[in-house]
Design a protein around this ligand. Sequence first.
Ligand code: PLP
Length: 444
Amino acid sequence: MGISTAPAMTAEEIVRLSREHTFFSWSVQGAVDPIAIDHAEGIYLYTPDGRRIIDFNSQLMSVNIGHGDRRVIDAISAQAAKLQYVQPAFATEPRARLGAKLAEIMPGDLDKVFFTLGGAEAIENAIKLARHYSGRHKILARYRSYHGATMGAMTLTGDPRRWANEPGIVGVVRYPDTHRWGEPGPRPVAESLQGLEDVIRYEGAHTIAAVFLETIVGTNGILIPPDGYIAGVREICDRHGILMVADEVMAGFGRTGRWFAVDHWDTVPDLMTMAKGLTSSYLPLGAVAMRHHIAEFFETKMYYGGLTYSSHPLSLAAALATIEVYEEDDLIANAARMGEVMRAHHEALAAKHPSVGAHRSLGLFGILDLVRSREPYEPLTPFNGTSDEMKAIGTFFRENGLYTMIANNSIHTNPPLCISEAQLGEAFEIVDRALEIADRSFRG
Ligand SMILES: Cc1ncc(COP(=O)(O)O)c(C=O)c1O
């Protein structure tokens, strides 16, 4: 029986068969307890039995335009009816249009892109491009970072998800972060930049192809670099002839209230990776963008890289339609406006709940860090761990119809950019009640 003629499955059947025959990411398989989702609209997910859940993390900080937008669905259908696939050596209209559109919205002279299927593949190709272009092999990356789960991207990833996947690729060296774990604020800019300078000195600038960084660190805690840091990294890279690679997979496409997070600091990286918000996850797509001089280099040099699904017409059509939605609905400006509302909610929660030790946000990219004590500053979990309180908060959200990412001692607040002020209020009302759980363990 085909899927379209089969009777609808119950939530229990969906979960049981999904668990029995499919493997879940980042999980002990026997411990997964997924929620079955039937459909979604705007900021809401709906279960097969009609329960409504607020999507307060845009899934994986990726469904930026919100769920169920007809304009993107129709664009995908129209492309599917016309041309589903040609291999990447061909040229197509969505490819032509999307390339030109991205060149228009990307900063500076970033004007050419290589399309991939997602963020990790964008990172893999950024590593290759940087190595081919520079003739050097070392890559600098930070500890508090996530760049994807393929082998190269996993090696660049500094967080503990890397440990079980080691050894990775050769030539990856760490440089210091802007924020230390377990501290509420960033380190001084000059100290962070000096740390990068030191690593470059000891490694030898002539051996380093590129410095990678998430412009704003995502899953490792929405770590917003202090003013001067991003421009400082740019200056150091220029001085040493090293490429600067901004990973905008999570921070890009309006999440921070600008098209790209680098736009807040008027900085143009040499390579920029993107995915997620590029199609708002309606279909898989990533890209690595390059500045003009890098694109020029490859005019006469072979690029040793490719993917069967690079420039897939359906994904490109989805991206074009998604970008039109950002523009038509003024979603980037809405993210900036609602970002102010979200910050006010964060501040109110921090004033009311002693367990909110720190909060950070830019646009609709936000997080609350929970603590047992503010002075001295003691997070509610150990590094890379959880606690009974954080688990109870997770259960509370689930029972009260709110989905978001909980990592270590943090609650992420990253809703779709189409969210309204009233909907933000609705979500933060649930967060407010959940924080009482953490307050009970506060020691003052
Ligand atoms: C900053 C960053 N880079 C890369 C990736 C990897 O993207 P993907 O999961 O599409 O491979 C992610 C995913 O969360 C990310 O947040």
